[in-house]
Design a protein around this ligand. Structure first.
Ligand SMILES: [Zn+2]
Length: 189
């Protein structure tokens, strides 16, 4: 266990914890009080197998791969509680070109601002007016893994394809015969 450094200057400033205080360790590691998490500048990270996410696993071609994730609580320059979320991993998907499964890798970073309810979320979105941040309704029992799963599902392309199919030559469908014009053009050379 590391020592706990608390900030005595008031709640506006973040406290930095080195190691986990007992009280936090006793709580669920992935269901957090979102506002306290941000106020205290807490952090969580972990690795969860794809099979640990029901909706993501349903999209996967094979029950393999893992998702690495981290959250940092803090405060937006404009005063809103903010969660920095990083999600990366690999999911087995079916290539829509050659129909073989392949490991699709992705990495995303998001900045989530916390609002107290839907109306507050709308107001915050308008005030901040920044496409690069998302506003979510925070709660005293925010499921971080649900955010991770949502993010992973968004990262999966609708029509996944190998960057280069291993047997691209053997797939007849995308290969078009030379057009008569191209043949003619070559003959003229
Ligand atoms: Zn392919």
């Amino acid at each position: 266990m590391g020592s706990v450094i608390t900030w005595l200057g008031g709640q506006k400033q973040p406290c930095y914890y080195i190691g986990f205080p007992e009280k936090l360790a006793a709580m669920s590691n992935t269901i957090v009080d979102a506002f306290a998490f941000c106020r205290l500048g807490e952090q969580r990270d972990g690795v969860t197998p794809v099979t640990g996410f029901a909706r993501l696993a349903a999209e996967a071609a094979k029950p393999e791969g893992e998702i690495r994730w981290s959250f940092d609580g803090g405060r937006h320059p404009r005063g809103y509680p903010q969660l920095s979320m990083a999600v990366e991993g690999e999911v087995s998907l079916i290539c829509q070109r050659c129909l073989l499964p392949f490991s699709y890798a992705f990495a995303t970073q998001s900045l989530l601002l916390l609002a107290s309810d839907e109306a507050d979320a709308d107001a915050t979105e308008q005030t901040v007016d920044d496409e690069s941040v998302d506003v979510i309704v925070g709660s005293a029992a925010l499921d971080l893994l649900q955010l991770v799963e949502d993010e992973a599902l968004l990262a999966i392309p609708l029509s996944p394809r190998h960057p280069q199919c291993p047997d691209g030559q053997a797939v007849p469908a995308p290969e078009k015969p030379d057009s008569p014009f191209a043949v003619l053009h070559n003959l003229k050379k």
